[in-house]
Design a protein around this ligand. Structure first.
Ligand SMILES: [Zn+2]
Ligand SMILES: [Zn+2]
Length: 146
């Protein structure tokens, strides 16, 4: 039996629904992003997929294809590095393409995905659409650490 965290059929279906061919690199990248659950850099993703012998440019193309197809979101969280995370699907009970705020921990540098329960953002009509909301603070493991 394979790991329960991996759902290759579900992943392939999402790729096809987005009009993308389910190449092994795209499937591997999507499953890794699903497993991690928080935004990761191209470097971190490549490192973790090295054992599957994909080269970095293949991973990079797969990431950009996923972003273009709306399956992944690409974001820059203040350190000039692009990070990627899986976009939520309607099947997850969330609005597809709905972005959410992120917390960058000033102590350990980790990124935490925030939900409406964590923080509510109200956007005034006097500004244009918001792309990313980044908060800096302390993650749960670093609360109280200086
Ligand atoms: Zn932290
Ligand atoms: Zn997130």
């Amino acid at each position: 039996m394979t790991s329960s965290a991996q759902q290759p059929d579900h992943t392939r279906r999402r790729l096809r629904d987005a009009g993308l061919r389910a190449t092994s690199a795209r499937v591997a990248v999507m499953e890794l992003l699903a497993k991690i659950g928080t935004p990761e850099t191209h470097q971190e993703i490549s490192d973790q997929l090295q054992s599957l012998s994909f080269d970095k440019s293949t991973i990079f193309r797969a990431l950009n294809d996923l972003a273009a197809g709306g399956l992944a979101r690409r974001m820059e969280l203040g350190d000039h590095v692009w990070r990627y995370e899986l976009a939520s699907s309607a099947e997850d009970g969330e609005h597809p393409d709905q972005s959410h705020p992120h917390l960058l921990c000033v102590v350990c540098g980790s990124i935490t995905c925030l939900t409406d329960d964590d923080i509510e953002i109200k956007v005034s009509k006097t500004i244009g659409p918001i792309e990313d909301v980044l908060l800096k603070g302390h993650c749960v493991s670093c609360v109280g650490v200086e």
